[in-house]
Design a protein around this ligand. Structure first.
Ligand SMILES: C[S@@+](CC[C@H](N)C(=O)[O-])C[C@H]1O[C@@H](n2cnc3c(N)ncnc32)[C@H](O)[C@@H]1O
Ligand code: SF4
Length: 343
């Protein structure tokens, strides 16, 4: 028997095509999309404007594709970390971060990651799977307080440009008129800069972009980020210079500060040279210590000096507050390798 298709993650056009194949009326496609994406139902039975007979036909062929978190941990600062099981029996984590009147969701795009950055727990896990568009959306729809989410960042597990097709589709579904109709300004993709897919993202999306830079000196960046070999930061920056960042679209750079490695004024000056003339922001991130790494976080004093050097050169530079460190929910601390693979 063929397995059922999941509705969450399908576009209106795809749903309509499937509905027509089942000899159901064309408008049922629009009804289904509305039930899933706007009314957020978890079962086909709840689609009460579709006849019982047609709902039975739908149930024989489709599942909604929603799944609740298996576990929810809440930090002292209100940050929450959720554990989800994927359709293939693997596990991912998702984080929600409340701040003033905003609730940001930090979603995973992959189970693990193959980019192997030296400082990241997800990288230590290796890549186990790409998430489907539906699995990415399920995080948005199934976290507690889902309806209060104001912003989404692709900063959970995985490198979003390494699963670009599904990341793009999930983002488009969040922005679709028949769905939640989000503005692209609510979505930020964070990437280490896989150049070919970065170009695609820049051309076909209007979402914000954050580039994980971490060291302005290529040889030194290579020693902590293997991607520097195939996608050097200088070529990423050259590419970014071809786009107009002066309007609504935001470009930012993430810079983790490692004690004695990349936190002296020399690095601030090199960073300023590299980014000279680009309309961007720089976020300085505290390093969240991970097991078996020799890297240590910079002192507050060095972070402040670094920020002030960049500010004096005209950059908007902020020190990002760490959130959810007590429950291992902070940037780079997500990993489901210990939970295992039950596929
Ligand atoms: C986990 S990544 C996911 C998105 C994408 N793969 C990337 O690297 O931009 C999100 C952010 O967390 C940062 N990060 C990774 N490990 C970290 C750690 N141990 N401490 C602080 N930030 C970390 C990354 O550099 C990146 O800016
Ligand atoms: S920092 Fe991003 S790209 Fe690097 S290993 Fe972690 S998730 Fe992957």
């Amino acid at each position: 028997m063929e397995s059922k298709q999941y509705l969450l993650g399908m576009t209106l056009a795809e749903i309509t095509e499937s509905v027509l194949e089942l000899n159901l009326p064309k408008f049922t496609g629009k009804q289904i999309a509305d039930w899933i994406y706007v009314k957020r139902v978890k079962s086909i039975d709840e689609m009460t404007n579709i006849s019982l007979k047609n709902r039975e036909i739908l149930s024989e062929n489709f599942d909604i594709g929603r799944s609740d978190p298996l576990d929810v941990k809440t930090s002292v600062d209100g940050t929450r970390k959720m554990l989800f099981r994927t359709h293939n029996g693997k596990f991912i984590e998702t984080v929600t971060i409340p701040e003033d009147d905003r609730l940001t969701i930090c979603v995973s795009s992959q189970v693990g990651c193959r980019m192997n950055c030296d400082f990241c727990m997800t990288g230590k896990q290796g890549l186990q799977d790409n998430l489907t568009a539906g699995e990415i959306l399920n995080q948005v729809y199934s976290v507690p307080d889902s309806e209060d989410i104001t912003n989404l960042v692709f900063m959970g597990m995985g490198e979003p440009l390494d699963n670009y097709k599904n990341v793009k589709k999930a983002s488009e579904l969040l922005m679709a008129e028949y769905g939640l109709a989000w503005s692209p300004k609510r979505i930020t993709l964070s990437s280490i800069g896989l150049t070919s897919n970065l170009k695609r993202f820049l051309d076909d999306s209007r979402c914000h972009l954050a580039i994980s830079l971490h060291n302005p000196i290529p040889e030194e960046r290579l020693s902590i980020m293997p991607i520097e070999k195939s996608a050097p930061i200088t070529s990423v920056i050259d590419l970014l210079r071809d786009y107009d960042w002066s309007h609504q679209r935001r470009l930012s750079f993430e810079y983790i500060m490692f004690d004695g490695v990349n936190d002296s004024p020399l690095y601030a000056r090199e960073l300023a040279k590299l980014l000279n003339g680009l309309d961007c922001r720089i976020n300085l991130i505290r390093f969240h210590v991970i097991p078996m790494s020799k890297l240590r976080p910079s002192t507050d004093e060095n972070m402040i000096k670094f920020r002030d050097t960049l500010s004096s050169k005209g950059f908007i530079c902020t020190i990002r507050a760490s959130r959810g460190e007590d429950i291992f929910a902070a940037c780079g601390m997500l990993s489901t390798s210990k939970i295992g693979n039950k596929s």
